[in-house]
Design a protein around this ligand. Structure first.
Ligand code: HEM
Length: 77
């Protein structure tokens, strides 16, 4: 890759550490870090395999953002 997205990975901090680093016995970084990214990628792949397009509404929830899917267009095979 080597593009801007990869360059910015060091600023992605959801796992209690930068996305470019790995969990160790002492750093308390999320041990499921790579699994979470894999599962998220599979979710996006499956979404676009099934549907050509979708629409969402983003609102607030006590945990952050609430995403509601308001329309799905089935993929044409
Ligand atoms: C989107 C989902 C997830 C998020 C946002 C997340 C985030 C985090 C964060 C922020 C920590 C550090 C907690 C702390 O010490 O204060 C953590 C720790 C941890 N996570 Fe995750 N996590 C996710 C999913 C998972 C999954 C699916 C697994 C297992 C398959 C996992 C396993 C662990 C373990 C074992 C620790 C403890 C690491 C340690 O204390 O050394 N996490 N996670």
């Amino acid at each position: 890759m080597g593009d801007d997205g990869e360059r910015l990975l060091k600023h992605v901090l959801w796992s209690n550490g930068p996305q470019t680093e790995n969990p160790t016995l002492v750093n308390k970084q999320c041990a499921g870090k790579d699994f979470v990214v894999l599962a998220s990628r599979l979710f996006v792949v499956e979404l676009f395999r099934r549907y050509d397009s979708f629409e969402i509404e983003v609102g607030k929830s006590p945990l952050g953002a609430a995403v509601t899917v308001t329309s799905l267009k089935r993929a044409s095979f």
